[in-house]
Design a protein. Structure first.
Length: 352
């Protein structure tokens, strides 16, 4: 089994710090990743919602920075539309549409999130990023081989030891152990029941003990103390998302930034915004519909019907229907340049 790599090992990422900024779709573009890279950590670009032309534009900016970076994709299987489920979901949302004077969009329009494809791989090949990471498993073998031929190292998220072992056996170069505290979408693909998943303090040492490849810690790490604990437990690096959401370089909406500033606001796993389980701050629609509903279409189709509600409410300065993604720990989430957040986290890589 792999030995604890220690608190000063930066060889795997090729950066000054063994720190990855988590990819956060709809809350960032290349600017945040570049700022993080300039501060000595590994910046990430979320690509699941980018068309080929937009992906190429963002990659040009990252490539010009001449620093290592990570590009993240989803590898979910697009679901078959379920007319009955879609009807139940729209019925649940109908009172909100009436309240806001809106007309619901047609089913299936604008779901937005697409799985990794050969079209995306073709764009990547012109830039050969240092890392390509995946959520919800790994792509098909031919696509994975194509990424490997670029010379990119492959990362993917695991929420259980079983998923981590599967990723190691199927070609991942490192595994991101995602604790239950993590904000945004769960990376689960084998063990989808949250009851089978654990917090990072439990999951991380189990994954480290089980694998022969590097393990990256993610979930609830928002300050130097969290970094120090994860590295002491055997992680080769940490991945942090929530702490960067209020950064100057992030594109996080104002209502989301305001919610993040309330350190007492409670989070929950919810499927209301996309159909997939993800952790966010509890808001109006989560309270009134319950955070998890059997009516939501499967990921990512639920986003279609709730999208117009989100836009209309945000225009009024309200986050009633906004996915307020957040981990359970927001202590390090500050309105500041990304470099300042990196510096605060970096303290955790030195012995306490």
């Amino acid at each position: 089994m792999r030995q604890n790599q220690g608190m000063t090992d930066t060889t795997f990422l090729g950066t000054t710090l063994p720190l990855i900024q988590a990819p956060m779709a709809s809350a960032q573009d290349a600017r945040l990743a570049i700022a993080v890279g300039e501060a000595g950590a590994l910046g990430s670009l979320p690509a699941a919602m980018l068309e080929a032309a937009a992906l190429e534009r963002e990659l040009r900016l990252l490539h010009a920075s001449a620093r290592p970076y990570n590009v993240n994709f989803f590898v979910h299987t697009p679901p078959q539309p379920d007319a009955a489920r879609e009807a139940r979901w729209r019925e649940a949302l109908a009172p909100y549409y009436a309240e806001l004077g809106l007309k619901a969009p047609p089913p299936g329009a604008g779901a937005g999130r697409r799985p990794f494809s050969h079209e995306a791989a073709e764009v990547l090949e012109a830039f050969r990023p240092s890392f390509v990471s995946f959520h919800f498993g790994l792509p098909a073998p031919d696509l994975l081989a194509r990424v490997k031929r670029m010379g990119s190292r492959v990362l993917s998220s695991a929420t259980t030891v079983r998923e981590a072992l599967w990723l190691q056996a199927n070609g991942a170069d490192a595994v991101i152990a995602q604790g239950l505290e993590a904000g945004g979408h769960r990376g689960h693909f084998l063990d989808k029941d949250p009851a089978l998943q654990a917090g990072l303090a439990t999951l991380l040492p189990q994954v480290v003990a089980a694998l022969d490849i590097p393990v990256i810690a993610a979930g609830g790490i928002a300050d130097a103390a969290g970094v120090r604990a994860a590295m002491a437990a055997g992680a080769c690096a940490v991945q942090v998302g929530t702490a960067f959401l209020r950064c100057d370089e992030a594109t996080t909406h104002a209502v989301h930034r305001e919610a993040l500033a309330d350190l007492e606001a409670t989070t929950a796993l919810t499927n209301l915004f996309t159909g997939g389980l993800a952790r966010g701050i509890i808001n109006r629609v989560m309270r009134e519909q319950g955070p998890v509903s059997d009516a939501t279409p499967h990921f990512p189709l639920a986003a279609t019907a709730i999208g117009p509600l989100r836009a209309a409410a945000e225009a009024q300065g309200r986050g009633d229907f906004t996915p307020l993604w957040s981990g359970t720990n927001r202590t390090g989430c500050r309105a500041a340049p990304a470099a300042e957040v990196v510096r605060a986290l970096a303290v955790g890589f030195t012995p306490g």
